[in-house]
Each structure stands twice: as C-alpha cells, then as structure tokens.
Design a binder for this molecule. Structure first.
Ligand code: EPU
Length: 337
C-alpha cells in the first residue's frame, strides 16, 4: 500500500539536513504501487530517495519523490558454502552488514557503517576499504517506469564501475530499484589491504568477521562525521581518475601524493580527492553554516541551518581551488537536485 504526502519538508529525509520542500512524496511498498502511480500519470518529474544519504536538495523539488518502504530479507538458497539472499530496497544497509557478520557470512564486512539503504547501494556501487558492493551482487530487480513492469538485471548487465552503474547512466529516470540479490560466503575471505585496516584488525586479535567490522567502524568513526550530529553526505566528491601523465607530473612535485592503480587500465590512475583538497589548504575551512570537515577533507558539512545552495557554493569554491592548484577537476559524488 502506498502513502502520499503533499508539499513536504525534506529536512528529516536527507543526511545533509537541508530544509528544502518537495511537491509530493510517495512512499511505496511494491511494484503494484508504482504501476498505479505511473499508469495514472507519466509526465511528472520524479526522483527516488532512499535513506537520503547521498542527495543534496538545492531548491524546491517540483515533482514526485518515491521512497521505498519494503524491508524484507529472504534467504533464497543455502548450499552450506554460502547463501543467496534477496533484500528489499528499504532495508538499512548497515543492519544487513551486521546480520551477515552475526551469521558468519563473508563479503560485505568491509562495507560496515556506510549510511545507505540496500536499494541505493547498487546505484553508485558503494565501496570502502578495498571492497565494493558489486563484488557480492548477483542481480538487481527494478520497476521499469516506461514498460511498467519488473525487470531483473544480472551483475554484468548492471555495468558496475567505480561509484557508477547503469542506474546512474542509461536507466537514470527509468528504473526504480525494488530489491537486490546477493551472494555471501561462509569461506573466510579477509580483505585487509587498505590503509590502516590490517593494523586495526590485528590489534583486535586477528581477522574474524567481528574484528573486521569493529575495526572498520572505528576507522570510519574517527574520520567521518555522524550525520545525526553534523549534516553531511559522506564523500562529497569522487576521487578523480586522471591520465597517467597527469599523475606523473604531479608526483614530481608531490612525491607523497596517494594514487591508486585502476584495474585493467594502465593508462589512468585514481587520485585521492581528500588529499588534493587537504593539500590545497582547505581541510577544516569554514564559511558561515558550511565547511570542509576537519578530519576528512572529502566531506562537506552543514554546521546547522545551511541551505543546499550554500553547500553548492562551497563545493564550487573547493573544486576551483583544486583545479587552480593541481590542474585536476574533481566532481561531486552526491546527487544534486
Ligand atoms: N587524505 C588526506 N587528507 C584528507 C583525506 C584524505 O591526506 O583530508 C589522504 C589519506 O591520507 C589517504 C588518501 O587521501 O592517503 C585517501 O583517503 P581515505 O583512505 O580516507 O579515503 P578517501 O579516498 O578519502 C574513499 C571513499 C570513501 C571510503 C574510503 C575508504 C570515495 C569518493 N570515497 O575515501 O567512501 O570510505 O575511500 O575506502 O571513493 C563515501 O563514498 O561516502 C565514502 C566515505
């Protein structure tokens, strides 16, 4: 069953805590609810808002916002080595990680404490500490708003890449995700290669699922502000992918600059936007109600009462400083509306 709200304040529905309004919100449970809405009216502008952790509203949204409410979790198959699960879009991501860790299921422990709903996770292929959600996804089920039917895409068909998928490209404005099917394994597969993870895990007594989850939560807790305390959307910018020559030029001047190899692509490297912003002298920079977080320069924060436009103005200033200093363009990871 669906619920419809008109002219609604979005402050409690976005982690930036900005106080913009929308013309209409439809909370839907399943494909039938969506079919009813789209059969009656296909011309309205619309957007899907999960838990609101990766969206910045910069003005009145003159359209319909769809929010899923179904949060079921089913075990589709258990062959002893691992399980296939189907999780509905509204299920809280970190509750799923906790569920898997308690049951001895490997695959998503490095993605602990990412604020997200399950339905939003494949859209930008959430990732952290050397893991990405694409590594466990078997299929994604969505409602096609053109065909008015449910479609199931295999992992390959989702065209996952760094913070990207078909849902941000061709299926933007077409697909509303209903559920995600994932495979989790009982075989221990610790993935400790990133940054401080190995040290934090060792200090807790070794690579158990529980220790890895605790280590990741501790690392994130130290660097990333809690949106309940300080409005933010995690990394505001994507890490830029640049030509190898650009990175080599910068490395001559900044030999300590972090860089990451791109899988199957020797001619490009990924740089750390947080490092570039930090090195440009902007970490902890504050302008009125908004600022660059003091522990992680990749995160922009709302100190209270900020509008979306203030955040955008800060983001533009930060991008310009990075471009002036390094000649590298950084672009937002967050969806801007
Ligand atoms: N760095 C600085 N100063 C800063 C921030 C970072 O010098 O203020 C340096 C770090 O020392 C490190 C490098 O930049 O050498 C990378 O920093 P970090 O490991 O903190 O990761 P990140 O590149 O800033 C990415 C993801 C995060 C994810 C972490 C850990 C993106 C856009 N962000 O951040 O994801 O948690 O790696 O894997 O890819 C998110 O998407 O919201 C998010 C938090």
């Amino acid at each position: 069953m669906k619920r419809i709200y008109n002219d609604i304040n979005l402050a409690s529905r976005n982690s930036f805590g900005v106080s913009e309004r929308a013309r209409c919100i439809v909370e839907f449970e399943d494909a039938n609810d969506l079919k009813e809405v789209f059969s009656a009216n296909r011309s309205d502008k619309w957007y899907v808002l999960g838990a609101g952790n990766n969206t910045l509203f910069t003005q009145f949204y003159d359209g319909v916002i769809f929010t899923p409410t179904c949060s079921s979790l089913e075990i589709l198959q258990d062959d002893g080595q691992g399980v296939d699960i189907r999780v509905a879009a509204a299920y809280d991501w970190d509750t799923l990680v906790e569920w898997s860790v308690i049951r001895g299921l490997w695959g998503i422990e490095n993605l602990s404490a990412i604020p997200s709903s399950v339905g939003a996770a494949p859209v930008q292929n959430i990732g952290a500490y050397g893991a990405e959600v694409k590594d466990v996804i078997k299929a994604v089920e969505y409602f096609d708003t053109n065909k008015l039917e449910v479609v199931r895409l295999s992992n390959k068909e989702c065209r996952f890449a760094y913070r990207d998928s078909i849902f941000k490209q061709e299926l933007r404005g077409v697909a509303i995700i209903l559920a995600v099917e994932m495979h989790l394994s009982r075989e221990p597969r610790p993935n400790l290669g990133y940054g401080d993870v190995v040290k934090e895990v060792e200090s807790r007594g070794g690579a158990t699922l529980k220790n890895i989850r605790e280590a990741i939560c501790a690392i994130r807790g130290r660097k990333l502000p809690d949106p309940k305390v300080l409005g933010n959307a995690g990394s505001f910018f994507k890490n830029p992918i640049v030509e190898l020559e650009v990175a080599e030029r910068l490395l001559q001047e900044y030999p300590d600059m972090p860089k990451y190899a791109m899988p199957n692509d020797d001619s490009h490297v990924k740089l750390a936007a947080g490092w570039l912003i930090d090195k440009a002298g902007l970490k902890g920079w504050r302008d009125g109600n908004v600022g660059v977080h003091e522990n992680q320069a990749l995160v922009l924060v709302n100190y209270g009462g900020a509008t979306g436009r203030e955040v955008i103005a800060l983001a533009e200033y930060v991008s310009q400083c990075v471009k002036d200093r390094f000649g590298v363009v950084i672009s937002p990871e967050v969806n801007l509306l």
